[in-house]
Design a binder for this molecule. Sequence first.
Ligand code: ACM
Length: 650
Amino acid sequence: MKTLRIILLGAVWALMGAVHAQQRADYQVIPLPQQIELAPSGKTFLLKNEKQIHTSIVPDSRNPEGYSLVVDAKGVHITGNSEAGVFYGLQTLHQAMPQGYPVQLPYVHIEDAPRFSYRGVMIDVSRHFYPLEYLKKQIVAMSRYKLNRLHLHLTDAAGWRLQINRYPILTEVAAWRDGKTYKEWRDRGTKYLHEGDPNASGGYYTQQEMRELVAFAAEHHITIIPEIEMPGHSEEVMATFPELSCAGEPYKQGEFCVGNEKTYEWVENVLSEVVQIFPSEYIHIGGDEANKEHWKTCPKCQALMQREGLKDVDELQSYFIKRVEKIVNKLGRKLLGWDEILEGGLSPNATVMSWRGEQGGITTVKAGHHAIMTPGEFLYLDKYQDAPHTQPEAIGGYLPLKTLYSYEPVPDSLTVAEGKLIDGVQGNLWAEYIPTQEHNEMMIWPRAMGIAEIGWIQKGHKDYGAFHQRVLKQLPVMRQLGYNVFDLEHEVGNRSEYDHPVEHLALHKKVTYNIPYGNQYPANGEATLTDGLQGGWTYIDKRWQGFIHDGRLDVIIDLEKVQDIHSVQATFMQTEGAWVFYPTSVDIQVSNDGENYTSIYKGGVPVNRAEAFGFNTFGWQGSQRARYVRYKADCSESGCWLFTDEIIVK
Ligand code: ACM
């Protein structure tokens, strides 16, 4: 019965489209199978309906998701190492025959199994709430590409999304905000309202609905991993349980008070219900981006630090995570958290999701723990996937399919044994800027196909050109099935300047920094501003240099001899969501001796937060003789960043 149901599930995919006689299947599917051996005879088997597909299971616990698919004169036979293996064999077959039955299947022997056991996508249902049907729709597509984990970011400041019987206020208030979109909510003061209030926006999943989703996902061989955020990103909890924050008042802090015993009682009560709904091996407890400042002045936290001999607030957070891990383990599960859970010491059995680059994952596996790679630079699906002006507004950044696909999950610095502790990869779709299902879906597809393939095929077997062709074949099928996929067929690509090095008088000339660049965004260090290389759509592409210190840039370029100059130009990027703005003032000066400078240009623009993303060039044109060029720029907005890529002198 179970096998029949699996066949029928798969058949839904094969039934779409008109039935053309004598279609020929093509095994160039996503993810690409490990081994495809076509018979040299070129013979085919005519498959008329799904009843002709024979399936069997030969258990193999070493790689339960593996399968073989054989087509020969006797017909079609799929042998799975488990039910999941059979399911994946059927996915391969159905993807290979997009027009349905009847179909000519070339004789083939496919042997296939994934490289990694964890191949996931995270959907953020807190920042914007999406209906259950939307999540089911994503599960169906994920399973088509053999993705096997759906991580749900269920709680965050913007809304608590899971019914907890013991604490109904979480879904009566913390799930409802004043502001339909995340931005509206932010602009209206991040307030929560009662369910039913005319201005209340949001929603939540009942436990019954989540059980239904878990079962639906299981039929598709997908595990749902629930994330309940703590100790930070918990403003919505502190608004409804103010006694759990150090301040003891609502709307003051977003962190749990880790020195308060009531915090641990609350966490245990919530997680006790969570594990009743979600059978996953892991419970994700967040752990990222907590503001630890409140703990420094909170008497309860300070007393705890003294009692336990904790030397700083990092160790205090670590104490918290270790206690939560004990709760999670007592409930029969394992703890999973973002890489901040490494700070102050990793708890005994925790698994880490490495998001701030790969270092968290490297440190984790070197300590003998398991890690899942989700580095922001390669796997954050909230970034633009094409030229920003062609896309709905996103949080910033640029992650085209090609960059995502280039990601190798096992860093070279690891030994073979350490590499085996990397369980896999996940793409994360944070949804602050994604109010609709259509936009959400477009951010996932087709990039999740890239995640599926990175997680499946062996190292060294990737070929973007061939993958791109296979994706192009999938897109019309996805559209016909009702998915709003990104228009890869008309991809614009990176900023044109990125591919055009610029020749100018300051090329490779020495730059002196009167104010250092920010060490998080050094780009190519002191060579950056005169290396001839211009930046692309994202300030993390190692071409854009970042200036913090409240956004101040002050550099001197030595042209080595006094000469005629006619133009000095620098382009700045604005990415409002990341607090990156154009300069409010620019001052360009020249000098012959490096001591006495004359200002030749003053400019800048007021901060305009309505401009989400863009580029603006500030510079001078005229006629001067000079050896030294000084470029100063300031941003008056507190805490803002300036980013520039090249100071072009002509
Ligand atoms: C994260 O992106 N804060 C995990």
